[in-house]
Design a protein around this ligand. Structure first.
Ligand code: 5GP
Ligand code: ZN
Length: 128
């Protein structure tokens, strides 16, 4: 087997082991879970910047929106669909914002794809 492939697999395993969201998925650290199925997880952000602040993530470890593959299209669609379902269940029809930060300039801190569902107050535009 090619050494480069082995290195790629190893670096992937290491980054998943150190990923805070993978730890939440594996119940190694606690979170206030709002919704869960076999593919996705939604839980409250530890640092709420709006009255409602929920993170929606795929259980698959994908680092950024630049790393999404063709095979992930349904997964991302399901996350957005689930955001709408959660918003309806929580009575947020007045409005919510779904935000996905990618890389440094957008302020991405956790390198496991996530959408922020923000609601419960009026949102400014343009965003900061
Ligand atoms: P980013 O800046 O990457 O788009 O957002 C990462 C978000 O993850 C931040 O809003 C941060 O508060 C949240 N976060 C980081 N660590 C944890 C954690 O251990 N638990 C929870 N619930 N949220 C976290
Ligand atoms: Zn992860």
């Amino acid at each position: 087997i090619n050494l480069v492939i082995i290195q790629l697999i190893l670096s992937r395993v290491v980054s998943m082991k150190e990923c805070v969201f993978c730890k939440i998925i594996n119940k190694e650290i606690p979170a206030d879970i709002v919704y869960e199925n076999s593919r996705i997880l939604a839980f409250r952000d530890i640092n709420q910047v709006a009255p409602v602040h929920i993170l929606l993530i795929p259980k698959k470890h994908i680092e950024t929106f630049l790393d999404v593959k063709d095979e992930d299209i349904n997964l991302l669609g399901e996350i957005q669909y689930t955001a709408g379902k959660i918003a309806k269940e929580m009575g947020l029809e007045k409005g919510f914002r779904l935000v996905g930060n990618c890389n440094k300039d957008a302020g991405q801190l956790v390198f496991h794809i996530h959408y922020h569902l923000l609601a419960g107050r009026e949102m400014g535009w343009p965003p900061g």
